[in-house]
Design a protein around this ligand. Sequence first.
Ligand SMILES: [Zn+2]
Length: 235
Amino acid sequence: MRLKFLFFYIFIGFFVSGQELRTNPIDSISILMGKYSINQLLPEVTQAFLEMQSAAKKEGIALHIVSGYRSYEAQRGIWNRKYKRFISEGLSPQESIQKIIEYSTLPGTSRHHWGTDIDLIDTIKNVKGDVLLASHFHGGAFEELRFWLMSNAKKYGFELVYTNEPNRSGFNYEPWHYSYAPISIPLLKAYKSMDVIHKIKNDSMLLGNTFLDKVFLDAYYKTHILGVSPVLNRD
Ligand SMILES: [Zn+2]
């Protein structure tokens, strides 16, 4: 096992065993913010995905990961592109930020930073353009995939994150986004125990960062970071 993964598992181990992390909180925050370059899904997540993929294949579904690990820089790129576009369309900075966080996270707060979360499609179906649209999963080409995942993903450790339950706050419903619960549950717990969110506004390369005040960040933390399926937010 490579050293960076070993370090990651030691970090998670603290939370699985319920102990507090006292060793190196700076590196721990880097992991949670996508700044510690794991650069790929964690080996355990890849293994679980491959098993799920081969089970799906037997039922005629070609599971494919559209998006897996994403770094802080990559997420900042997404954020800045959208920010520029909304500003150029005439929205105010505050309106632009609100529009971005319907679907996209602030860099440093994406679950894709953790190497545990994946966006899934079925490549047997020939879907052109933007594949990650809820309409494809409801009455469209990925309807069968949605049903299959709803009844089978759990067996492999994967849980839907952004459900369509009316009481869930935060990001819009994403029928494609699954999370490997055995690792992402302790990571969310770690996130909650550290002050990660207020570090983000210090990034001078992040567009709109001067509008990320304490009121906004506290609200975003509650509604968006914690606005996941309750099975993934356990103490
Ligand atoms: Zn996703």
